[in-house]
Design a protein around this ligand. Sequence first.
Ligand SMILES: Nc1ncnc2c1ncn2[C@@H]1O[C@H](COP(=O)(O)OP(=O)(O)OP(=O)(O)O)[C@@H](O)[C@H]1O
Length: 298
Amino acid sequence: MLEISELRKTFAGGPGAPGGKLALDGVSFSVRPGEMYGFVGANGAGKTTTMRIVMGVLQADSGSVSWQGRPLGYDARQRFGYMPEERGLYQKMRVGQQIEYFGRLHGLSATAAKKATDDLLQRLGLIERRNDAVQALSLGNQQRVQLAVALVHDPEVLILDEPFSGLDPIAVDALAAALQERCRSGVPVIFSSHQLELVERLCDSVGIVSSGRMVATGTVEELRAAEGGTTVVAVRDPAPGWADGLPGTVTVDGDLHILRTNTGDGQELLRRAMKAGAVERFGAEHPSLTEIFKEAVA
Ligand SMILES: Nc1ncnc2c1ncn2[C@@H]1O[C@H](COP(=O)(O)OP(=O)(O)OP(=O)(O)O)[C@@H](O)[C@H]1O
């Protein structure tokens, strides 16, 4: 288990912020082996800072990070895979050479690094680009190379800062499949993203950070349950005043009147709607992750 506990970080102040900038104010969450964890938050919420602290790029003022019950140190971090926000590829180096090079840096033999590179190039649809310089690749393909660099040493944990940003749907699927495969083999995967539909589709758990604090964490189902469901009834051409006294709000679309409420007795609502006109729809509506997110950070 990767455990992130009570991380606090203030950046030293500059001329515009003499008191310093509180970036993390007690960020805690944990990720189990084989769990895909989506780390979401508005711009400047603290995602990159958290990931940098986990990877040892930054030091926290206080708090701790542990992996498999032990404080996370240099050796264990060497076995992590990391895709930093600032990316970090050698633009003039050839694609294959680059991935092999990072494999060697992580301690792979030349043969193992070459084999891992070949596998990844194949899987990520880059095999034809093996001998091209990185700078000749499109942004999306450079991102695939960056992922290959994070995966080449078969990491125990994956930490990815916005891995899907700027990718076309085909590249998103290729990258998602590569991450899901790692998850299935027991690797915890944490990634940050602003693409909430993607997070909802891929992640077992989600953490929402706002102004350096965790405001929600759990499975998407748990977050939904905490938010509460909405009952919806749609009636065609109802008698005037049909919804008087009922809780919720009515929207009108042509002759269809739609009432949404998260309080009250659903059966009573249905009875009133059936009396008023032809009921076209009745049921529960669950909030999307985007709606949960907006509510949590409001
Ligand atoms: N090196 C730094 N010096 C000063 N302030 C910083 C530094 N790095 C981050 N911050 C500030 O810390 C806060 C958290 O930033 P961080 O980059 O972690 O947010 P984020 O959630 O990753 O945002 P985004 O979604 O925009 O990438 C922001 O207010 C940011 O301006």
